[in-house]
Design a protein around this ligand. Structure first.
Ligand code: VTB
Ligand code: MG
Ligand code: MG
Length: 334
């Protein structure tokens, strides 16, 4: 991978964000997702690379595009592995709520963990707390560590947690420390990455979300130097999801074993989930969020706001782009 990829990947997520943003607020989450998938795949096709999807829209049979194993790109050039979520937070997009974005993580061949479609317990925190907080510790202990690392009392900390039944006791435990809880309905990738930056008003992400999204979050936080750990969740009693109504803990363990995951309780560090020599994260806002603005459609242009974090040049680039329409007469500075 070389630095020219940074610009290409920026355009990939911008195009995906614009495509789904056209459907913001229309209550059509599947259409918004499909539009982003198609736009992302089309733009990826013109990149000189031998790309491969390792985390995508599902297995080949159910997903026509960006399915796991699909080859993307021109077919010549460096080998690049991708974890993609063209419309992360489809509900947020469909309901015009904050926090949906087009995202991907890229790495050298074999540099991204092939996450199964399972749940994942996650812990994300700022660089100052990297390697100090630990997913094996209780929320109470981690908040004390975070408070020490950031030099602020617990009451100045805001912890993001997905608003789910499974987190009832976690939320109570966090609040008992004096820290604040920001429940989110969806979109734990953006929330996790926001914890890596000071000034976003969020300091830590705790709780259980999806595993594929965990790999994308890990890639971003690894490139940034922040903290991320993940641990697969296979017990339906813990996940408390209706989708696992017919699943058993034993059956899920067997499924993981079949996928080659034998140490099912392993704690994965960011550097294991995104282990490649180089890692690039690219995200572009569909709706506004903690990291960037959403897509704005104007008479003469379309505006996008994005973030690329890359180990290639140790950078985090916040990029606002004006996509100029044919015959544009007036483009405001911002
Ligand atoms: C999780 C989370 C995502 O969807 O996948 C969630 O990681 C679905 O979780 O950010 P449930 O099955 O508990 O509803 C998102 O919020 C959006 O893709
Ligand atoms: Mg998706
Ligand atoms: Mg998603």
């Amino acid at each position: 991978m070389d630095r020219t990829l940074i610009q290409e990947l920026l355009e990939v997520v911008e195009q995906a964000a614009i495509a789904s943003a056209r459907l913001t607020g229309l209550g059509k989450k599947d259409e918004a997702d499909a539009a982003a998938v198609e736009a992302m795949r089309t733009r990826m096709g013109s990149i000189a690379m031998q790309g491969r999807i390792v985390i995508g829209e599902g297995e080949r049979d159910e997903a026509p595009m960006l399915y796991i194993g699909e080859e993307v790109g021109s077919g010549t050039g460096p080998g690049v592995d991708f974890a993609v979520d063209p419309c992360e937070g489809t509900n947020l997009c469909a309901n015009a709520q904050d926090g949906s974005m087009a995202v991907l993580a890229a790495s050298d061949r074999g540099g991204l963990f092939y996450a199964p479609d399972f749940y994942m317990k996650k812990l994300a925190a700022p660089p100052a707390a990297k390697g100090k907080v630990d997913i094996r510790k209780s929320a109470t202990e981690n908040i004390a560590i975070l408070s020490e690392c950031l030099g602020v009392p617990a009451s100045d900390l805001t912890i993001v947690v997905m608003d789910r039944a499974r987190h009832k006791s976690l939320i109570a435990e966090i609040r008992a420390t004096g820290a604040r809880v920001k429940p989110i309905s969806d979109g734990d990738v953006q929330a996790a990455i926001a914890c890596g930056f000071a000034g976003t008003g969020t300091h830590c992400l705790m709780g259980i979300g999806a595993a594929p999204e965990g790999v994308i979050s890990a890639a971003a936080l690894r490139a940034l130097g922040g903290h991320f750990q993940g641990q697969l969740v296979y017990d339906p009693a813990i996940a408390q999801t209706s989708e696992w109504a017919d699943y058993t803990k034993e059956g899920n363990i067997a499924r993981l074993n079949e996928m080659g995951i034998t140490d099912v309780d392993k704690v994965y560090e960011a550097e294991e989930l995104a282990s490649g020599e180089n890692v690039v994260f690219a995200g572009s806002g569909i709706t506004p969020g903690l990291l960037f603005k959403g897509v704005v459609f104007e008479a003469d242009c379309t505006r996008t706001s994005s973030l690329i974090i890359s180990t290639l040049d140790r950078s985090a680039r916040f990029t606002d782009t004006v996509h100029i329409k044919e015959g544009a007469k007036s483009i405001a500075l911002r």
